[in-house]
Design a protein around this ligand. Structure first.
Ligand SMILES: Cc1cc2nc3c(=O)[nH]c(=O)nc-3n(C[C@H](O)[C@H](O)[C@H](O)COP(=O)(O)O)c2cc1C
Length: 191
């Protein structure tokens, strides 16, 4: 079994539909550590030693967040900036994360069709997530196929439940050392 660390970054979880449902689907799973960054660090003072300790003791890291301005809410960026230090995550002696796996799990307001070359966001989600992919790569980690929930505003309650179920399956597969590739891109509840 792999140990999975889910890092949730949502600044207003009480108003969330998608991330709240995804969080509820995985927060109590055995072998999964669920860590709400905005709850832990309301003033954005990230405890670097604590976070590095958590990273050391897990095999799979999940960056779960709503897509904000084609990226993550700012606390996840702060977390990356201060936790993924030289000498820990990269550079001389920076080998702590080598061989671990990273999953981006995110929700978007825009529908899947918007994230295409002809769509109004012009780029694919994979293209827009390149900084996350490359961050993982520089740290010697494997960047997995992202889990994306598109078009949250158009998602029915049944669609939301279906997506949350597929997220739980994906996290369990990663924990159980499956390929972890089931349940990838979701578009308004449809694959
Ligand atoms: C500050 C902000 C920026 C956003 N930027 C994007 C964006 O770049 N692309 C997009 O598709 N949706 C964007 N959205 C919509 C959110 O991604 C969407 O509301 C969220 O994924 C819904 O998840 P939740 O129910 O967990 O809050 C943005 C929303 C906010 C508040």
């Amino acid at each position: 079994m792999s140990r999975v660390l889910v890092l949730l970054a949502h600044p207003a979880l009480h108003r969330s539909r998608a991330n709240a449902a995804l969080a509820d689907a995985v927060r109590s799973l055995p072998g999964v550590t669920f860590h709400d960054l905005y709850a832990a660090y309301p003033h954005h003072h990230v405890d670097v030693a604590r976070e590095q300790g958590l990273l050391r003791s897990h095999d799979v890291v999940v960056w779960q967040h709503p897509f904000y301005w084609y990226s993550a809410p700012s606390l996840l960026k702060e977390w990356q900036d201060v936790v993924l230090e030289h000498g820990f995550a990269y550079g001389d002696g920076g080998t702590a994360l080598r061989g671990k796996r990273v999953l981006s799990a995110l929700s978007t307001g825009g529908p899947a069709a918007a994230y295409q070359p002809g769509g109004y966001n012009r780029h694919t989600i994979g293209h827009l997530l390149a900084p996350f992919d490359q961050t993982a790569h520089l740290c010697g980690m494997t960047y997995l196929e992202p889990f994306v929930v598109h078009g949250v505003g158009q998602l029915s309650e049944a669609g939301l439940r279906e997506v949350a179920g597929r997220y739980r399956d994906r996290i369990e597969a990663l924990r159980d050392d499956g390929a972890g590739r089931n349940g990838g891109m979701a578009a308004g509840g449809m694959a």
